[in-house]
Design a protein around this ligand. Structure first.
Ligand code: SAH
Length: 352
């Protein structure tokens, strides 16, 4: 419940930021005070600054709680996921009307990666233009990193909040003879431990929904991207708001909050919000698409596998966080069915 309250406050703060498009850092507000001559005015402004600073540190505390929850959630649940579903911790891409058996899901997850590369216009036919240096932001146990490294003969570095995932991702890389090509570390996507302009493919597969500050998230993706690099974000969004809408409907907010609580998510935003954020950073060739129809078979399949004997016994052995996550899965299906949740791809290029 405490986390739900936290997520709610963060949700409101960020939603207001996104709607007002006021992404000015606190520093900019504070710098006003130095140019003020009237003392009483200064006092008012510095009072406001202190208030902002207090609010800012509350947000940091809330983010700290959220980050801890995310790390623990994945520490606890990654092994059971891998046991049943393998090393890709993301949706599969299913052509419309396909009927798939459980054994096809890995192929669908690979399809998701392939389709994302295609959508982003990575020149797959021209080897000379393949990405050579990749960052996998929110890497899970490194399924995408290893796949992309092998596909392109590139190097990759993955970051996640979960130490258990890092350990497993590095172990799998070593077992596949990729230890000199890929590496994984615990690091925050909102404060990446990389210099500017490093990577020619910036990859975020289903991690954006965990980010409490979407503006900071995309600005970090853009910062570490090399000139001309491609940025690919595949993420859960809420539906775009209509022209006369200020916010989602109360039932929609309530529905998302339940999901936030179970999956350690902060505020959701829409695909249009992401596009606006990328535009504000002057990124080029911005494209987005709703892939919800292509992922429809995914959650029913996950639920079926959770209800299998192996799924049920693994769940019971896992822990409360994982069980809570499993119980929230029908909420995802309902959210998609009611057009509230969108599975979005958003891609762009950093100018040369
Ligand atoms: N991209 C992976 C895993 C998706 S699960 C895959 O497709 O297999 C979401 C991942 O995002 C987890 O690894 C989680 O630790 C990571 N994550 C969430 N918030 C993060 C943050 N602030 N910084 C870094 N990683 C984060």
């Amino acid at each position: 419940m405490a986390l739900l309250a936290t997520a709610t406050v963060a949700f409101k703060t960020i939603n207001t930021q996104i709607r007002n498009r006021s992404f000015l850092p606190l520093q900019k507000h504070l710098s006003l005070s130095s140019s003020l001559s009237s003392f009483s005015f200064f006092r008012t402004v510095s009072g406001r600054a202190m208030e902002l600073e207090r609010k800012n540190s509350t947000v940091i505390d809330e983010n700290g709680v959220l980050k801890k929850g995310i790390a623990e959630f994945y520490d606890e649940s990654s092994a059971i996921w891998e046991d049943i579903w393998g090393d890709h911790m993301h949706h599969g891409f299913y052509p419309p009307d396909s009927t798939v058996s459980l054994s096809d899901h890995r192929a669908a997850q690979i399809q998701m990666i392939e389709q994302a590369l295609r959508f982003a216009s990575i020149p797959l036919e021209d080897e000379r233009k393949w990405p050579k240096k990749i960052v996998d932001v929110g890497c899970g146990i490194g399924g995408s990193s290893r796949y992309l490294t092998q596909k392109f003969g590139a190097t990759a570095v993955g970051i996640t909040l979960s130490p258990v995932q890092v350990q497993r991702a590095n172990a799998l890389a070593a077992a596949q003879g990729l230890a000199n090509k890929v590496s994984f570390q615990v690091a925050d996507a909102l404060d990446q431990p990389f210099p500017d302009g490093q990577f020619d493919l910036v990859w975020s597969m289903e991690s954006g929904e965990h980010m409490p500050d979407k503006a900071k998230f995309v600005s970090e993706l853009a910062r570490v991207a090399a000139p001309g690099a491609t940025i690919i974000i595949v993420t859960w969004c809420h539906r775009d708001l209509g022209p006369d809408e200020e916010s989602l409907k109360p039932w929609e907010e309530k529905h998302l909050k339940k999901i936030c609580d179970a999956f350690y998510l902060p505020a959701w935003c829409s695909t249009a919000d992401y596009v606006r954020l990328l535009e504000s950073l002057s990124l080029q060739d911005i494209k987005s698409e709703d892939w919800s129809p292509y992922v429809a078979p995914f959650w029913p399949a996950v639920i079926r596998s959770a209800l299998s004997w192996k799924g049920l016994t693994s769940l019971l052995r896992s822990g409360l966080k994982t069980i809570k996550g499993a119980l929230a899965m029908p909420l995802m299906i309902e959210g998609f069915k009611k057009d509230l949740i969108k599975f979005a791809i958003i891609t762009c290029r950093k100018p040369e």
